[in-house]
Design a binder for this molecule. Structure first.
Ligand code: CO
Ligand code: CO
Length: 313
């Protein structure tokens, strides 16, 4: 769902005043934070979607890495996971759906967490995802409302997964050409998050459905800062520029562009592909961090004082 539609829906909900709730959905952050007795904080998130790759094992692994990423994007450590599955038994036999679960389970175990259960329904349109619970220490989290002018902006994975998976569905990619994107989407943001917390970073999110520009805007709006991105510094998956220039795009990119409206500014120096690629929805994208310094990832821009905006140059 686009950001505009989602805020329309959430607008109708009453505010909660539970004293344990440290972070709810108002700032559109990556996960909810709930304080437990003793200074420990519970981190909870859920995500699920339709298959984005043909290989069922890879789909399960990507869905799990993507869900786990929202725990890492808060600076948390994942502990337990619940599968959420809609399978179509007319489309594929049980062993295919078992591969989805296996891919997810092995990824959850790689993260040092454990699958404790789940729920499966039958549905014509298959979907799969994971709800993850983690923990963090009070005060050691990565939020999207703590960026400060003068900080640098870092990204830990290349962009292009929306454009590339769309191209693969249209048979515009050769055999094996999606492999780089699959490996990137399957990779955990674990080390990126652990290093960020160790280095004292407090501002971060992960780049997912609203693209680099949309998630940078979440930081800009919630921190009341201006974010400048140097387009030529942003890491991209192979063939992303070429496919974007051919017009390969998802519907989500346009929704994000419309939603950001005048809050997303392109300077004359920005390359022609910047709009398409920076609004491209990412699955299991990298961490986007604002900090004085960070030893992993690629430095892609900086944070300035000024009315909230994302500026591409
Ligand atoms: Co997120
Ligand atoms: Co999220």
């Amino acid at each position: 769902m686009g950001a505009a539609q989602l805020s329309e829906v959430l607008r109708h909900l009453a505010k909660t005043n539970n004293p344990g709730l440290l972070l709810g959905f108002e700032t559109g952050d990556d996960a909810g934070l709930f304080e437990l007795p003793g200074g420990l904080v519970l981190v909870q998130t859920v995500d699920f979607f339709t298959p984005i790759v043909d290989d069922p094992y890879a789909f399960g692994a990507i869905a799990a890495a993507n869900a786990l990423s929202d725990i890492y994007a808060m600076g948390g450590k994942p502990l337990t996971a619940l599968n959420i599955a809609a399978f179509n038994m007319d489309l594929a036999p049980p062993e295919v759906w078992a591969r989805v679960l296996q891919g997810a389970q092995e990824k959850v175990e790689e993260a040092g967490a454990v699958v404790v259960g789940g729920h499966t329904v039958e549905d014509a349109q298959p979907k799969f995802g994971v709800a993850v619970t983690g923990i963090l220490q009070q005060g050691a989290s990565l939020r999207n409302d703590t960026a400060q002018p003068g900080q640098q902006l870092y990204l830990t994975k290349p962009l292009g997964t929306g454009i590339l998976t769309t191209a693969a569905k249209r048979d515009l990619l050769g055999a094996g050409e999606l492999q780089e994107a699959i490996e990137s989407m399957s990779r955990l943001n674990r080390e990126a998050a652990e290093v960020a917390i160790l280095e004292g970073v407090t501002c971060g999110t992960d780049v997912t459905g609203f693209g680099l520009a949309g998630h940078a805007w979440n930081i800009a709006r919630n921190s009341q800062v201006r974010i400048v991105i140097e387009a030529s510094a942003v890491p991209l998956l192979s063939r992303t520029v070429e496919l974007a220039e051919k017009g390969v795009a998802t519907g989500g990119a346009k929704k994000t562009r419309d939603f950001l409206s005048e809050n997303l500014v392109f300077m004359d120096s920005a390359p022609g592909w910047a709009e398409a690629i920076f609004t491209d929805p990412q699955t299991s994208g990298g961490l986007l961090l604002a900090a004085p310094a960070y030893s992993l990832g690629v430095r892609i821009g900086w944070v300035e004082a000024g009315s909230p905006a994302v500026v591409i140059r």
